[in-house]
Design a protein around this ligand. Sequence first.
Ligand SMILES: [Mn+2]
Length: 319
Amino acid sequence: METRKISPEEAASRLLKTDNILILTHKNPDGDAIGSGIAIALALRQRGRKCRVAWSGELASYFSLITEGYENDDIGEPEFILAVDLANPRLLPDETACYADKVDMVIDHHATSVPFAAETLLESAASCCAEIIYKVIFAMGCEVTTEIANCIYVGLATDTGCFRYSNTTSDNHILAARLVSMGVDIAKFNEEIFGQKSRARVEIERRALAGMEFTSGGKICIITITRNMLEETRCVESDIEGIATIPKAIEGVEAGITLREQENGNWKISLRTATLDAAEICAAFGGGGHLRAAGCECSGTPFEIKVALVAAINKRLGI
Ligand SMILES: [Mn+2]
């Protein structure tokens, strides 16, 4: 579809011409999605606009850092629909999927973004949507309160893995410094976001580690998560976020594989690599992704799937 590319300044003046704004995020929303949504809502509210941020599903407990005390306005029928951190309308949760073809503006940072809104503010060099939202809030002339700074920080810190991922820029550190001066308690935020795990998470990790397998002289490490394990530990989606990083974090491991049993009996595969092209390996199994982090979905027994994946990886490792 045709979309008009806009700048943060154009987004700001457009947003200020609207009211009763519905703000959409992707399903299983992460810190960047919720942080971006609430930040822009709080800023628009300073200008007397009514906003509702729509999200669904159970959020990890650290989200209370920004959701506590936040209440949506009663906007009735939305007059304007803004999507944040949303690369594709197919990623909307069921509750808001009906708005997929009615989005007026999208603000996003995914390189894989498809055009679906009337206007698009896309900065694919940005490590998080929240840093683009910060520019829009600045352009709207709003005061960046501690509450807004907290939301921006959650987006920035989660999408950069607490400033550890390769997408982290010097601009990110400069923005973080500004946010600290605006009152963000980074020690508290970092501890709650990155230093704490839910009990359910620890229980699923205990089981996953107990079943951990190594092959290819320790270069491949595999963990398996069954439906049964999820039920036993009462894990919700947010409890298993990032679990695929565990096998790859072990010294000497070139490829970390995580198998997750799906409701339909298939297995979702997450591959993390040190030097190999993960996207290319997963593409051979009908999936795809990034250079060092990719995925695919396979049918068959876990044994058959592991044999096929290990053979494909061994070939590329020259084993
Ligand atoms: Mn994001």
